[in-house]
Design a protein around this ligand. Sequence first.
Ligand code: SF4
Length: 229
Amino acid sequence: MTYRLVYHTALLSADEYMGRYRDAARFLPLCEACPRYGNCWACPPYEYDPAERIAGYRYIHLLGVQIVVTGSDGGVANVSGRPGPGIPGGVPGGAEVPAWKAFPGAGDDQKGLPAGEWAERVLAAVRSRLDFRLLALERQYPGSRALFAGTCSGCPAGVCPRACGEPCIRPESVRPSLEAYGFDVAGSAAELLHVPLLWPEEGQRPDYLMLVSGFLSDSAVPGFAARFA
Ligand code: SF4
């Protein structure tokens, strides 16, 4: 399998986005049902009020990184009837990456991975680069705040010391996700980025995966998508 990254962005007033897409009462129960709830410092419940932490910003940039599965080891196209690279509003990023070359230290033994494991590894590889660039952008725009595309995987095997009552080992690089702060990520992806999230069926390879991040700031960032591509 190979994949290609396509970047989709939307720039909104932060107040408008919060008014239309934040509903903590609706989404918190989903977090409460997750084993990470209360066991990861990036996840709810928080020792502070998230609404206060994200208040007062002028803009929010949304960034959707669409991971389009473009082929199999045998070169058979897998994107049928769905938008791919070149989608209006999308910014194609990077070259096609063979799956077995997509992970640090990976070799040919990555070929033939089950679909679920392959997807997890691709998501981790893309998230790592994405989070790094969002944190770099925060430094460039003092006072801004990134919201990551999912929970934290900063500790080995996804085990967070919060489960043992221990503090975060690197709080400076942890950012909660849009969903953890009560935002409707599926609605944002479909209505603002125009790429609906897909939920693959058991054992089925999805046509694409999607990571949605946010960036709160007091000024619009020129060429936002190109900073990640
Ligand atoms: S970096 Fe480690 S300790 Fe901190 S939130 Fe992430 S998993 Fe938990």
